[in-house]
Ligand binder design. Structure first.
Ligand SMILES: [Zn+2]
Length: 345
């Protein structure tokens, strides 16, 4: 009987399975093709008595739909498994991670450190919150020096009876040198990089925090000539072999004599341009011979030892190197700016 045949096929179809696309195609041919089982039933249907046609018609449609749905489901199932195994890349990360970039100030700081480390300097990181004694007193700042003023420095706490006990955010990394000299015997050759804070109105040229790298060398017989040669080597490594330097007399409380160092303008090569204000020179750092007062304050005998110190702003060097003329860009976290340094090393 046709109705038994349909029931049998319905059972068969619901139990179908396939391992791959080839199996699915075979099933399609067997049940749904022109010469397939279902078409054979439809052919027999023509010979069925008129009164049975309605009920059987419904059953045949049911069978055809069940077979089509089942075979489509099997096709989808094998396609998913096959694609998944072909494109499965076990080395991919579980979640998307964009490659970041080093911050331009980190790039420049690392380069400065690298140059001086090759000349034998070691690294020391001092505290960002420090006391007046190390930041000012030991470095020969007069009691009424303007740096000790609220207008210039951020104080954490002030001691009305003894200014040397004031606690503050360091305004330069020179305090690190005092810490280091206090706890180390010469020969001392140390580099102190770090963030410093000053109470300044924020503009393109000034910020309430910036970064410095200071260097200190204390030993027997250290002279100004040594300082000049070290700084010339640094300038040539940092800005190119043709770079010239010049030293201009200056004043810092903690060095005597003191000087500001200029380098020949890397943009015009010393001929004069807008960047160097047509002088051919740009200022990059301050330096000098360590004041004997500072050595004595750190229990180093100034009759036996001499030393030099220098300090530079990392932002200043980054401005010169990358032509960034607004200091605020460094701390705004604008990824469009930071991504410009993706190819920098
Ligand atoms: Zn120039």
């Amino acid at each position: 009987m046709l109705t038994d045949k349909i029931d049998e096929l319905l059972k068969e179809v619901s139990a179908l399975s396939a391992k791959n696309a080839e199996d699915v195609e075979q099933l399609r041919l067997k049940y749904l093709s022109k010469k397939g089982e279902i078409n054979a039933i439809i052919a027999d249907f023509r010979n069925v008595a008129k009164e049975e046609k309605r009920e059987l018609g419904i059953k045949i449609n049911e069978l055809k739909k069940a077979a089509t749905d089942k075979i489509n489901a099997l096709r989808e199932q094998v396609e998913t498994t096959e694609t998944a195994s072909e494109s499965l890349d076990l080395t991919r990360t579980a979640y998307p991670v964009d490659l970041g970039t080093r911050h331009p100030l980190t790039l420049v700081r690392n380069e400065i450190i690298d140059i001086f480390q090759r000349m034998g300097f070691t690294l020391y990181n001092g505290p960002e919150v420090d006391d007046d004694k190390h930041v000012f007193t030991m470095l020969n700042f007069a009691a009424d020096h303007p740096a000790r003023d609220m207008q210039d420095t951020f104080f954490i706490s002030q001691n009305p009876n003894d200014v040397t006990k004031n606690v503050l955010l360091r305004s330069h990394t020179s305090g690190d040198e005092a810490h280091y000299m206090e706890t180390h015997e010469p020969p001392i050759r140390v580099l102190c990089p770090g963030r410093v804070y000053r109470n300044e109105a924020i503009s393109a040229r000034a910020h309430c925090f910036f970064h410095q790298v200071e260097g200190l060398y204390v030993d027997k017989g250290v002279s100004f000539t040594d300082l000049k040669q070290v700084l010339l080597t640094f300038a040539r490594e940092m800005f190119g072999a043709d770079t010239k330097i010049r030293l201009r007399p200056s004043f810092f409380p903690f060095t005597e004599p003191s000087a500001e160092m200029d380098i020949s303008c890397s943009i015009c090569g010393g001929k004069g341009c807008n960047f160097c204000k047509h002088t051919g020179w740009v200022e990059i750092l301050g330096c000098g011979m360590v004041d004997p007062h500072d050595l004595a304050a750190c229990n180093i005998d100034p009759e036996v030892y001499t030393g030099y110190a220098f300090g530079m702003g990392v932002e200043r060097i980054a401005n010169l190197k990358y032509g960034v003329n607004d200091l605020r860009l460094f701390s705004e976290n604008d990824t469009r700016f930071l991504e410009e340094f993706q190819s920098a090393y």
